[in-house]
Design a protein. Structure first.
Length: 72
């Protein structure tokens, strides 16, 4: 009798069973979900990086440099 590991795909939450000999610690049901999850992860990392660069620029700039001076 073959035994395997049961898990839910980390992206689409579908039920997956994989045999012991094929199990390499997969988190996704297949290549489509793995690739889509990777794209989402990279896109989110790019957003965080751009946000940190923008915030760093805002911190270096004074309020008058970016048009946020005091209102008279």
């Amino acid at each position: 009798m073959l035994t395997g590991r049961f898990f839910l795909c980390g992206r689409c939450r579908s039920q997956v069973t994989i045999c012991r000999s094929c199990d390499r610690g997969q988190r996704y049901c297949g290549q489509d979900c793995a690739r889509a999850a990777r794209r989402e992860s990279v896109r989110e990392a790019e957003r965080r990086y751009q946000r940190s660069r923008r915030d760093a620029w805002l911190m270096r700039s004074g309020p008058d440099d970016i048009g946020l001076g005091t209102i008279k």
